[in-house]
Design a protein around this ligand. Structure first.
Ligand SMILES: [Zn+2]
Length: 209
């Protein structure tokens, strides 16, 4: 795994960092976006859209829907707000497994901890942290499958060579997802609609070039 740390001192710079990254990634790449509220996750997605040749102005926080799709030169950018995903059915409703299997779209996931068990073992994790009023530290980690676990996280069954090294079966993966949705795994304090609105405002959706 490789980690790259970038510093951004404005939303424009965050967007440029994302845009440069988008030009180096292949279709089928899953990018997770973690960050404080107002850190600029949506701004980062706007940069990805620009780098992929999609219309960056069409990108907004997907807050009130689970996903947005943007057509672009490189295929499709799918922007997912996993905070809205409450069940394995919700994940199925956006065709998550097909999306990963087809490998045609670049997929950006906000609130990835919500669907941790469903994330592919190979992906790019982006973490954006406030380090000053406008300054952000952007950590870009290329995640590779680490040492494979020998036992299923859920049932303890011995894992074979198939699968992603975490679960023995789709059933156990779904069980792990269920724990997330029931809140057995905490993701910090509950999120208020105001927080999300704040994220949108600070990310500057009204900004133009
Ligand atoms: Zn199992």
């Amino acid at each position: 795994m490789t980690v790259e740390i970038r510093r951004s001192s404005s939303p424009e710079e965050t967007e440029r960092i994302a845009s440069a990254m988008a030009m180096r990634i292949a279709p089928g790449t899953v990018i997770t976006l973690d960050g404080d509220l107002g850190a600029g996750k949506t701004c980062f997605v706007r940069g990805l859209a620009r780098g992929l040749g999609a219309d960056p102005h069409a990108v907004s926080s997907p807050t009130f829907v689970i996903e947005h799709r943007h057509g672009c030169d490189a295929g499709t950018l799918v922007h997912i707000d996993a905070y809205r995903i409450r069940s394995a059915e919700d994940l199925a409703s956006i065709g998550w497994d097909e999306l990963l299997a087809e490998g045609q779209a670049v997929v950006a996931v906000e609130w990835p901890s919500r669907i941790e068990a469903a994330l592919p073992a190979v992906r790019i994790d982006v973490r954006i942290r406030h380090v000053g009023e406008e300054v952000r530290e952007i950590e870009i980690e290329r995640v590779q499958p680490g040492e494979r676990a020998t036992a299923c996280r859920i049932c303890g069954a011995v894992l074979g060579a198939e699968g992603d090294g975490r679960f023995c079966s789709p059933r156990c993966r779904a069980a792990d997802l269920g724990r997330w949705f029931r809140g057995d795994y905490a993701i910090g304090r509950p999120i208020e609609e105001d927080d999300l609105a704040d994220d949108i405002r600070r990310a500057g959706p009204e900004r133009r070039d």
